[in-house]
Design a protein around this ligand. Structure first.
Ligand code: ADP
Ligand code: 5GP
Length: 210
């Protein structure tokens, strides 16, 4: 458990990894266990899956509205993934960071590249499956996608894994509890970096006696 109230500014964390690796599972646990951690809700033009509610897993949007938001520069990043648009609303991220939340973006590698260019202080974590066999089993086992969608996602996995070296950290999602701990540890270590805590150091120095 990260003691967020004692730390300084919120940080922006990007989590990517092939479909089925467990990004959603890990991000839900992280926000459940850390009250000052917020999972950004992406905008997508893909139709809702069974059980998905608008404004919870995603904001579901028309292509027309999505394109308008691109033109208005309202998206921090966006990408066309598996035939649909996905993007992150700037306003949502800025608002939560300003309130002191750590904000997690669960986005694909193309979106991560855009955030890398725009947000120099963001932290990039790539989640890997323990093996390709396990990845296949997880995509199948989730039971939310058609066979064609499963094949498409699995085929994209190798290409996505090639991008892992561009990230600051890679975490193998073997066990959900251990993976959550590892991601928490990364966030905590990053929040303790001296360069992120210059204001606090200055304040303490100025308050020094003698
Ligand atoms: P992603 O968001 O990366 O597409 P999900 O979080 O939807 O992946 O996970 C895909 C499936 O794998 C789900 O059924 C989930 O319960 C399962 N899963 C996630 N992490 C693990 C793990 N460490 N061990 C076993 N199954 C897992
Ligand atoms: P799914 O349709 O399975 O929910 O998501 C498909 C892919 O879209 C995943 O790789 C996921 O990380 C990515 N994705 C979800 N939201 C966003 C987003 O806001 N931006 C980008 N670039 N990718 C996203």
């Amino acid at each position: 458990m990260i003691r967020y109230e004692e730390m300084m500014k919120g940080v922006l964390v990007v989590i990517s990894g092939p479909s089925g690796t467990g990004k959603g599972t890990i991000c839900s646990r992280l926000s459940r266990e850390n009250s000052k951690l917020y999972n950004a809700i992406s905008l997508t033009t893909r139709p809702p899956r069974q059980g998905e509610e608008d404004g919870v897993s995603y904001f579901f949007s028309s292509e027309e509205d999505f394109r308008r938001l691109i033109l208005e520069d309202a998206l921090l990043e966006w990408a066309h993934v598996y035939g649909h648009y996905y993007g992150t609303l700037c306003e949502q991220v800025e608002e939560k960071l300003a309130l002191g939340f750590d904000v997690i973006l669960e986005i694909d590698t193309q979106g991560a590249e855009q955030v890398r260019r725009r947000e120099k202080e963001a932290i990039f974590i790539f989640l890997l499956p323990p093996s390709m066999e396990e990845l296949w089993a997880r995509i199948q086992g989730r039971g939310t996608d058609s066979q064609a969608a499963i094949r498409e996602r699995f085929a994209a996995a190798r290409r996505e894994i090639e991008e892992a070296c561009k990230y600051d950290y890679v975490v193998i999602n073997e066990d959900v509890v251990e993976t959550t701990k590892a991601v928490e540890a990364i966030i905590l270590a990053e929040k303790c970096r001296a360069e992120r805590n210059q204001n606090m150091i200055r304040r303490l120095k100025e308050g020094e006696k003698g």
